[in-house]
Design a protein around this ligand. Structure first.
Ligand SMILES: *[C@@H]1O[C@H](CO)[C@@H](O)[C@H](O)[C@H]1NC(C)=O
Ligand SMILES: *[C@@H]1O[C@H](CO)[C@@H](O)[C@H](O)[C@H]1NC(C)=O
Ligand SMILES: *[C@@H]1O[C@H](CO)[C@@H](O)[C@H](O)[C@H]1NC(C)=O
Ligand SMILES: *[C@@H]1O[C@H](CO)[C@@H](O)[C@H](O)[C@H]1NC(C)=O
Ligand SMILES: *[C@@H]1O[C@H](CO)[C@@H](O)[C@H](O)[C@H]1NC(C)=O
Ligand SMILES: *[C@@H]1O[C@H](CO)[C@@H](O)[C@H](O)[C@H]1NC(C)=O
Ligand SMILES: *[C@@H]1O[C@H](CO)[C@@H](O)[C@H](O)[C@H]1NC(C)=O
Ligand SMILES: *[C@@H]1O[C@H](CO)[C@@H](O)[C@H](O)[C@H]1NC(C)=O
Ligand SMILES: *[C@@H]1O[C@H](CO)[C@@H](O)[C@H](O)[C@H]1NC(C)=O
Ligand SMILES: *[C@@H]1O[C@H](CO)[C@@H](O)[C@H](O)[C@H]1NC(C)=O
Ligand SMILES: *[C@@H]1O[C@H](CO)[C@@H](O)[C@H](O)[C@H]1NC(C)=O
Ligand SMILES: *[C@@H]1O[C@H](CO)[C@@H](O)[C@H](O)[C@H]1NC(C)=O
Ligand SMILES: [Zn+2]
Ligand SMILES: [Zn+2]
Length: 635
């Protein structure tokens, strides 16, 4: 699958568009020395509370999206990770207490998820051979009383994952797991293939306090789905008879969940189709997919909320609904919570000792057991410092008071994970047991090979799967002259910088599910806006700083943003020194083979390179090299 993608996708970030298939490569299991899973249930460092209480309405919604397996929360002590240290057990306790508060107030509280349960941490991707990504982790997810869930694109990269959702997960929420425009093909009752919705197309239900709801679960125009799954375009969906019938009757409000960004995507198609029939009915939109915090009002009687990623954000949306046929603006309130026990306890008025519910503790215990059974604490070595992808990462532990300025780690620098990966990790790992190790080489990879920052402290199987999960291999072409080989990287990166092509490419990638450019643009924007000034004032802690287009301030805890640095699409190891005609091995990740051959043939005319000139360089795959390096250098 990956090789056909690489022809299509000319980008570094393209690997984000293929599912992470951790397939149980574990050559090191025999050497395993066991470590108990980190039993984090309480933050190991003091955290400051939110800025102000939540504003409750008649209708309130707690929103999660793009959780990607981060159910054990962010457990590293480096900041800002502790801000997101709440695990799914803590979240379950939070939801229980919030439900009690809602009941006391006599208001409705709904729980909504906007998809992307797969791909992201060891809990999802670390499944044993023969397993299915997220199958086990989802058993904890479904312990929560979600009212509506929508399917995400990461549920569709691999047919077995979609089938698992269809057969095992969706039935846990009868009628409430929504896939309005997404089908799966399965064997029908008489053996012939039938295409059916993965969950339900829509839901109609009454809230606890009797409000009538019509809900949808819409996926953006995703094109990277596996065979035997179907994604219908949003504008075609709103044209369907079932859709028109579903929205015909007027509910008290529409609840539009969906794996689609609230801004710069196709929500207006759905919104306008409803507004054409119901000009004033309140509409709540709960979006996702671009991993950012965002809020938009399409009119005065609706609000659209997007609640980040990786359990780094829990969204809260509330409104006071007025009488039917009113045309006045509705007062909405939205908040982006940092998911940690301090936040949860603050908003539920609970203390450390009255916070945990039985269910919450069971979930935490079960998740830790799952981590143990996947051997996620298997220790490769101990990282001496933090390494970041874009400096979206901690300061030193001493800086947790927020008074130290964060360190700066652009690429290339010693704190950059990209620098570590290409200049040290890959060269060291690929030299292991390699008969060509003595021959000078240049190694080229795409920066999208890395998914998450790497933090100081124990480097485990979970960290390996989180930071670099892709099962790509390393190839080489022998006897390339140094003069030609050293021009390959700049040419690859220049091709990526061509503006028109890069716009087209971005669209293509976006269709395939790549959201990194949007997420990074968001980080860059918050830093550029006033990052330097806010950090210099030294009275704010670090974290997300959201500026959306809804009224008032959305962030629950006020932060200063971290510095942001971009990175090139392609990375190279440090070239050997020598004359231009020195012959070397040109080593590269298989993912970029087509582009690399194209560039090589453009740079010289002595030989036309083809697939047949490409040889295997090492048996080790990209999802193993960090572990190999850590075992060798970090012990
Ligand atoms: C977030 O992290 C900062 C350090 O950057 C810390 O000082 C602060 O207490 C944390 N905030 C919350 C709400 O956990
Ligand atoms: C098999 O079942 C499908 C749907 O369940 C139906 O459309 C089709 O006509 C059936 N085919 C036969 C040969 O009975
Ligand atoms: C799609 O599913 C049908 C029915 O299960 C199966 O016969 C067919 O081989 C599948 N197609 C592919 C490409 O796997
Ligand atoms: C989805 O499934 C429904 C029910 O079987 C079917 O009517 C519809 O045509 C399918 N839609 C797509 C886009 O495949
Ligand atoms: C919507 O339906 C009409 C009539 O069936 C059709 O002409 C039109 O092409 C459809 N539009 C889309 C976007 O599918
Ligand atoms: C109602 O809300 C809309 C959209 O947010 C805004 O443009 C409009 O000015 C508001 N009207 C009033 C009367 O506040
Ligand atoms: C709302 O308007 C509709 C149509 O104009 C009318 O039939 C209905 O009685 C009105 N409902 C209320 C509560 O005013
Ligand atoms: C909360 O309670 C746990 C368990 O009793 C304890 O380990 C932890 O230190 C307490 N944390 C705080 C901040 O009191
Ligand atoms: C970066 O790391 C290299 C190798 O470990 C070291 O020689 C160099 O001094 C470091 N540079 C800085 C600025 O710390
Ligand atoms: C390298 O080869 C040695 C000897 O065959 C073997 O014991 C060792 O496990 C190999 N190292 C790795 C990382 O595979
Ligand atoms: C590379 O060059 C060496 C000598 O320069 C030659 O012996 C070898 O066969 C060449 N290898 C290939 C794959 O062309
Ligand atoms: C932080 O300091 C700046 C500059 O001194 C000041 O304008 C701002 O109000 C302070 N913010 C907080 C939250 O104390
Ligand atoms: Zn996602
Ligand atoms: Zn997504």
């Amino acid at each position: 699958m990956k090789s056909t993608f690489s022809a299509l996708l000319a980008s570094a970030f393209a690997v984000y568009s293929v599912a992470a298939c951790a397939d149980g490569h574990d050559d090191h299991a025999s050497e395993a020395h066991m470590h108990l899973p980190q039993k984090r249930a309480y933050p190991s460092v003091p955290l400051t509370p939110p800025s102000r209480p939540l504003v409750w309405g008649d209708v309130n919604i707690i929103h999660t999206t793009d959780s990607h397996g981060w159910l054990l929360g962010h457990q590293k002590p480096s900041f800002p990770e502790p801000n997101y240290s709440g695990d799914f057990g803590d979240f379950a306790s939070f939801v229980s207490h919030m439900k009690e508060i809602a009941l006391e107030k006599g208001v409705d509280l709904l729980l909504v998820d906007s998809g992307d349960l797969h791909d992201g941490t060891g809990l999802t991707d670390g499944y044993p051979a023969g397993g299915v990504d997220a199958h086990d982790a989802n058993k904890f997810f479904d312990k929560l009383p979600y009212d509506v869930l929508a399917i995400g694109n990461h549920e569709l990269y691999d047919y077995p994952n979609t089938l698992d959702i269809y057969e095992n997960f969706a039935p846990k929420y009868p009628g409430r797991y929504l896939s309005s425009n997404v089908n799966i093909t399965v064997a029908g009752p008489n053996g012939t293939a039938v295409s059916v919705p993965v969950g339900s197309r829509f839901a109609k239900f009454h809230t606890l306090f009797g409000r009538k709801v019509t809900a949808l679960g819409v996926l953006y125009d995703f094109t990277g789905n596996d065979h035997n799954t179907t994604v219908q375009k949003v504008e075609a969906m709103v044209n369907e008879t079932w859709f028109k019938e579903a929205i015909a009757e007027e509910p008290d409000f529409f609840l539009l969940a969906g794996h689609m960004p609230v801004y710069k995507d196709k929500w207006p198609f759905v919104f306008n189709a409803i507004r054409a029939v119901h000009p004033t009915t309140p509409i709540f939109i709960l979006g996702g997919h671009t991993h950012i915090r965002d809020c938009v009002q399409l009119d005065g009687r609706s609000m659209s909320l997007e609640s980040g990623r990786y359990m780094e954000t829990v969204g809260f949306l509330s409104a006071n609904l007025d009488h039917k046929n009113s045309t006045a603006n509705i007062t909405f309130n939205r908040r982006y919570l940092d998911p940690n026990r301090v936040t949860y306890e603050y908003h539920t008025g609970r203390g450390n000792h009255s916070f945990d519910t039985w269910l919450g503790q069971e979930i935490t215990r079960g998740l830790n057991e799952l981590a143990e059974s996947y051997d996620l604490s298997y220790l490769y070595g101990t990282a001496p410092q933090d390494y970041s992808l874009s400096r979206w990462v901690s300061t030193s532990p001493e800086a947790r008071t927020g008074t130290d300025s964060p360190s700066s780690d652009p690429y290339p620098s010693n704190g950059s994970l990209l620098t570590l990966f290409i200049e040290q990790v890959i060269p060291v790992a690929l030299a292991i047991n390699n008969t060509r190790a003595a021959i000078p080489n240049i190694i080229i990879t795409n920066s999208g090979e890395l998914r998450f920052d790497l933090y100081k402290g124990p480097f485990t199987k979970n960290d390996q799967l989180t930071a670099s999960p892709f099962t790509d291999s390393f190839l080489y072409i022998p006897n390339v002259t140094l003069g030609v080989a050293s021009k390959v990287l700049p040419t690859l990166n220049k091709a990526g910088a061509n503006e028109k092509r890069s716009l087209e490419r971005e669209e293509e990638l976006y269709g395939r599910g790549v959201v990194d450019m949007r997420y990074r643009a968001w980080l860059e924007e918050m830093d550029r806006r006033d990052g330097e000034v806010k950090r210099a004032a030294q009275n704010l802690t670090l974290g997300y700083v959201t500026q959306d287009s809804c009224p008032g301030v959305g962030d629950d805890t006020v932060h200063a943003p971290l510095p942001y640095y971009g990175s090139p699409d392609f990375l190279s190891s440090i070239p050997p020194t020598g004359a231009d005609d020195t012959v070397i091995d040109l080593v590269f990740i298989n993912f970029i083979q087509d582009q690399l051959l194209g560039v090589l043939n453009g740079l010289q005319s002595e030989k036309v390179y083809a697939d047949s000139d490409v040889l295997s360089y090492s048996p080790f795959l990209a999802d193993e090299v960090l572990g190999l390096f850590a075992a060798e250098k970090w012990n």
